[in-house]
Design a protein around this ligand. Structure first.
Ligand SMILES: [Zn+2]
Length: 217
């Protein structure tokens, strides 16, 4: 899953408004944020196999440290601790748990779309419901999650709705290219693309969330 993860970020922002959206954007992709450098360093493995699923050519055959269920639980716990240690902008407590749940949501949503390549632990007992084999369903799920999360976030009021919707549509267009465009040139290209996309999306949402000082109160 790709942009659908951000639906969780927006919904989490509604629940715990003190957490910056950029932090929630990083949280929901944290497993992939580590997956990408692990691929680049050869710690985890992927190969490009066009047709392995109908919409995603990645054969994710070795990723025990980021995408096993056990690892996802440990990363979520680590995120909770790190948030409690470093988040000066937010009263700790509920917010730290929301961050941990946002991190863990990545595994749950990946479970829906991945072929059985998500290990329960180490590199074994692999699961995945395989919605990537139904591109229209998988794409609708990504869009539905993203915009229903955003709709919840809008319920707070006082948020820049139009800018966020435009941003959501741009993210969805990038998702469409990933789904229906050419496969990545290599395993390393796939990792770099993911990493750059996550960094840019987090930076953009940080900018969008900033109050617009130019507008009259
Ligand atoms: Zn993932």
């Amino acid at each position: 899953m790709f942009v659908g993860h951000y639906g969780v970020s927006f919904a989490a922002k509604r629940v715990a408004p003190t957490i910056p959206l950029w932090a929630l954007f990083v949280a929901v992709q944290l497993l992939d944020v580590f997956w990408a450098p692990f691929i680049l360093l050869g710690i985890e493995k992927v190969r490009i196999v066009p047709g392995i699923t109908a919409s995603n050519p990645l054969d994710l055959y070795y990723m025990p440290y980021t995408h096993s269920l056990l690892a996802a639980l440990l990363w979520s716990a680590a995120a909770l601790l790190v948030y409690r240690l470093f988040a000066r902008w937010s009263p700790v407590g509920k917010a730290a748990f929301v961050v941990a749940l946002a991190v863990f949501s990545h595994w749950i949503l990946d479970f829906l779309v991945h072929r059985p390549d998500l290990p329960l632990y180490d590199n074994t007992a692999k699961v995945g419901l395989g919605l990537w084999n139904f591109p229209a369903v998988a794409f609708a799920l990504e869009a539905g999650l993203l915009f229903s999360g955003m709709w919840l976030y809008f319920g707070r009021g006082g948020v820049p709705r139009l800018r966020m919707v435009v941003f959501g549509l741009v993210m969805l267009a990038i998702q469409a290219y990933v789904f229906f465009g050419p496969p990545p040139a290599s395993d390393k290209a796939a990792a770099w693309t993911a990493l750059v996309a996550y960094a840019v999306f987090a930076a953009v949402v940080a900018r969008l969330e900033r109050p617009n000082r130019a507008s009259p109160a």
